[in-house]
Design a protein. Structure first.
Length: 199
């Protein structure tokens, strides 16, 4: 049995995805991610038509030619559309910022002029702990980068999180479209974790 190096064992001290005593961590509690940058919620509008968007997070559209997408929000008091495109040194994808918990329809227009209708449900993260990662989970997702795949999987599972491989070298795996703040997705190059995302 191969042993994990002692320096890696210290990472296991993170509570990660384990619920805190008395219930799951919620925004504003000691186990919340309010002091860390929350990962965005990703949506491919050509595949999915509904998104849950916790307050404090951002909904990012995974599209090509991001600068030529537009959106019409039925109720602009619920979400704000942020146009994508060139930001100087990098290109941003179009995104939505939550303003208040509620649901609204959005009509997207792609670069070819095709309209796509989606619905965005903004929720209070305190009511949906599986949608809001704890600060420990955010930290853990970054600390496993650079580790061997086997070690990273052991550490993530030991923290109480779920883990799945999104890509191994040039092979990309088909993933379910559901979002979970208690799951870390790994990308592997040469048996080493090079990218980790929550979702």
């Amino acid at each position: 049995m191969r042993l994990i190096a002692p320096v890696l064992v210290s990472i296991l001290a993170l509570t990660g995805c384990q619920s805190s005593p008395g219930g799951s961590a919620t925004p504003g509690s000691s186990g919340s991610a309010t002091s860390a940058v929350l990962p965005p919620v990703m949506l491919d509008p050509n595949v999915e038509t509904h998104a849950f968007l916790p307050m404090g997070q951002t909904l990012v559209l995974t599209v090509t030619d991001p600068g030529n997408w537009s959106a019409k929000v039925l109720d602009p008091s619920i979400v704000k559309f942020v146009k994508g495109g060139n930001q100087g040194s990098w290109d941003a994808n179009p995104s939505f910022t939550p303003l208040k918990p509620a649901t609204t329809l959005v009509t997207l227009t792609d670069p070819q002029g095709k309209e796509i209708q989606i619905s965005i449900e903004v929720v209070d993260g305190a009511d949906f702990p599986d949608l809001v990662p704890t600060k420990e989970t955010v930290a853990l997702s970054q600390q496993v980068i650079g580790l061997k795949e086997e070690d990273a999987v052991v550490i993530i599972k030991g923290s109480g999180c779920n883990v799945r491989i999104a890509r191994r070298d040039k092979e990309e795996f088909v993933l379910t479209a559901d979002y979970s703040a208690r799951r870390i997705n790994l990308e592997i190059d040469g048996d080493v974790v090079t990218k980790a995302t929550i979702g």
